[in-house]
Design a protein around this ligand. Structure first.
Ligand code: FAD
Length: 474
């Protein structure tokens, strides 16, 4: 009988343990992807990631065809779709790679019970993370809440398993079941096409992911340690959207950084530490399933959040009057990504300058990031808010002008994403509101007309936020 291989956030052939085990049985394999809007409890798929997914599924189908197979697409409740396929094909075994978001896990375990009750064999495999979050524990047997000891444990005792290669050939069934047409799923934006620039930047799919990794190892890694905080330098890997949909496994990335030049040792450690943050975020989400909804530190439940929708809208549009925040928010909209340093600045601005609930920012990011990830997004938002497990203290409030001056000293990042300021002198590029009238005039900028005046005064906003926080602590 054939075997169903259910693809989810593991859209790759290499280092795919569920696939490797399926091929090893020597039986025909039917690869399936099920679009389950609203059925798996994991929240709506964001618009930007939907774009990525559309292309990623096309790439997966192509790669499967290359190996003599193909991708069968179905939609609806996963259970219904799987049982229908079992009925149609006579399959008696299902393989999948585990997911680790709480809704997905709950969904899978109920489904597993159901399938087994019906006499089917279900096998699940690891691979989305470098280690199983249930296994890694502190010496006292509790989950990690602090990153540094988590990293130390990983670094000292743990290398993720060696990646397995993609199969050359995947045995196909005598007859393929029907597949839905992916274009009917309407994953791509209609009008306006806000994703117009995405394809200049991203090549969804396993091939694109591995090319990115190679490019990073050749051109980015040696400058990573010193350059990773500078948004205009383009030295980070850009692997996050590929990881989010599992087009490449974290284990293969980890192993690709072994045996490199001795000179790169420090850069490799720094990079691996970042990769370990991803696992750490999942570790937190696994042990605190409400990470994307509830404050880890419930002291924040009483925080007097502002519900100012005008300010929120200005933030989403990149019209706050603080160039580094606006550049980040516009990069997010245009490219589906934002540099990590700028994510921290933009998030801090929303939470602390505008005093808007981090959950609203988290939702906006989920919808606009191609790398939207349930664990990394929630954990990082809580980190910035100060409400998280191993969080940056609330009172550490980023000054958007000083951050801009430090990490984008020439203003190249601003000039790219806030073009109306492109002719502004370097010394005012992060604070156009302080520029003398003649300087603004020379640059062709009228504040309030071409570029907004600041929607809040940072110093004042900072005092207000600190006051609110003090009340909370007191
Ligand atoms: P690199 O610097 O090349 O790092 C390599 C990999 O390490 C990344 O691809 C990523 O998987 C992991 N990584 C790096 N930094 C972090 C981090 N702080 N937390 C978790 N993993 C990390 N990342 C997401 O993948 N999805 C999200 O939804 C997401 N939301 C975020 C929200 C906020 C408010 C902040 C501050 C950060 C968020 N991040 C998120 C983390 C980080 O910004 C991105 O992972 C990183 O910018 C991706 O770029 P890169 O692949 O070039 O990173």
């Amino acid at each position: 009988a054939p075997l169903l291989l259910w693809f989810r956030k593991d859209l790759r052939l290499a280092d795919n343990h569920a696939l490797a085990a399926a091929v090893e049985t020597g039986r025909p394999v039917i690869p399936v992807y099920i679009r389950e809007p609203g059925h798996d409890g994991s929240g709506p798929l964001g618009g930007a990631q939907a774009w990525f997914l559309h292309h990623s599924l096309a790439a997966l189908d192509k790669a499967l065809k290359h190996a003599g197979s193909r991708l069968i697409c179905r939609s609806g409740k996963a259970g219904d779709a799987l049982f229908a396929l079992i009925e149609e094909t006579g399959a008696d075994t299902i393989h999948w790679n585990r997911r680790y978001d709480p809704a997905g896990m709950q969904h899978d375990s109920a489904l597993k019970t159901d399938l087994k009750k019906n006499g089917l064999t279900v096998e699940s495999f690891a691979g989305h993370l470098m280690h199983e979050p249930s296994k890694l524990k502190t010496k006292s047997g509790t989950p990690y809440k602090v990153y540094t000891p988590f990293w130390r444990a990983l670094d000292a005792d743990y290398d993720p398993p060696e990646p397995v290669s993609a199969p050359d050939k995947i045995k196909h069934p005598h007859k393929w079941p029907d597949s839905e047409t992916r274009t009917d799923w309407a994953l791509l934006p209609t009008k306006p096409d806000w994703a117009a620039e995405f394809s200049d930047l991203w090549t969804p799919g396993e091939g694109g992911a591995h090319k990115r990794l190679e490019r990073f190892l050749d051109e980015g890694l040696d400058r990573y340690e010193t350059g990773r905080d500078f948004p205009a330098r383009d030295v980070t890997s850009g692997l996050s959207p590929h990881l989010a949909l599992g087009e490449i496994s974290p284990a293969s990335i980890w192993h690709a950084t072994r045996n490199l030049d001795h000179d790169l040792r420090d850069a490799v450690v720094k990079f691996r530490k970042e990769l370990a943050w991803r696992d750490f975020c999942y570790h937190l989400l696994y042990h605190f399933p409400k990470l994307d909804r509830d404050n880890w530190n419930d002291k924040f439940d009483d925080f007097p959040w502002e519900t100012n929708s005008k300010a929120f809208k200005a933030w989403t549009k990149g019209a706050t009057g603080y160039p580094i925040v606006d550049a980040g928010m516009r990069q997010l909209w245009r490219h589906g990504i934002m540099h990590n340093r700028v994510r921290m600045i933009a998030a801090s601005f929303l939470i602390k300058d505008l005093m808007i609930d981090w959950r609203r920012g988290e939702r906006w990011f989920r919808d606009t990031l191609v790398d939207a990830d349930p664990a990394s997004n929630a954990a990082n938002w809580q980190w910035v808010a100060g409400s998280g497990a191993d969080a940056s203290p609330f009172f550490r409030i980023f000054n958007p002008v000083l951050q801009g001056e430090k990490f984008d000293p020439d203003g190249a990042y601003i000039r790219e994403f806030v073009p109306e300021l492109k002719d502004l002198e370097k010394r005012y590029i992060h604070k156009p509101f302080e520029a003398p009238a003649d300087v603004l005039k020379k640059a062709g900028v009228e504040l309030g007309k071409h570029y907004p005046k600041p929607i809040v005064d940072h110093k004042q906003a900072r005092d207000t936020a600190l006051g609110a926080y003090k009340k909370l602590s007191g």
